[in-house]
Design a binder for this molecule. Sequence first.
Ligand SMILES: [Cu+2]
Length: 307
Amino acid sequence: MQSALDPAGAEAADIYALFLVMVAGGALVWLAVVGLLLYAARRREAPWSEAAAGRLIVWGGVAFPVAVLLALLSYAVWLMPAIRPWMAHSAPGAGPIAVTGEQFWWRIRYPAEKDMPAFETANELRLPVGARAVFTLTARDVIHSFWIPALGGKMDMIPGRTNTLSLLPTRTGVFRAPCAEFCGASHTLMAFSVVVMEPEAYAEWRRAQARGTPATESEGERLFTRHGCAGCHGLRGVAGTASLGPDLTLFGQRGTVGAGTLANTAENVARFIRNPQALKPGVQMPAFDMLPDEEIAAIADYLVELE
Ligand SMILES: [Cu+2]
């Protein structure tokens, strides 16, 4: 679900209200102008006096637009988070979640919280409902833009700079978040999902992330390390925390493979491993089409089971 017109967060609700006020304001002005046009076009006996026409221009042509535009503009400006400092304040307890735009995926670092350690994940953001979340946003190589339409407005992710955004999710659900700034060949294939959860389910997920992936001694696990996947991908609990590519701990929970490119099924994961370029041009993962199909399938089966 990716719609700014079905808000699931406080900021998105503000933007939605602004949208309705602007549309209604615009519609009323349009109706008034069309009314005047019809009035002016009708046949009549005597023309208006100079003085009456002058008054119409001063009130209808100057005073009215200035008043209406000033009112709409003040409302829009008042909604800007920077003007309402309480909106930008950090949530009590939790530190900011650091999100970095990469080519073409999302690195997400959760801070340590109470007895929970910090950890890194990718391409899927999980948040507890009803708690204000603060994000620090940056990018590694080019400008990307962080936008969860259902939760609020967008903010640029700029290399060498850190922007702060604060969002309050008010409803549970799964929401799609596209990259909102053209960033290269696979810009349209760069999205993440946001899972807004009940606080208990969220705490359970954090505990699972803290535990990491349990070692299984399976064929897929063995091939994952043997073929060098762990040189780029973190798999906490099994194969370290390499960070050139997305962390794959609990990868099976993700809805998609390739940052929103395909549904997360064993078949699609195998296709992605075999030749990521073919699915997502410009991607910074080498093709593994030299591996036998059974080995790729074993790794894919292993990865989609990581929950
Ligand atoms: Cu991007």
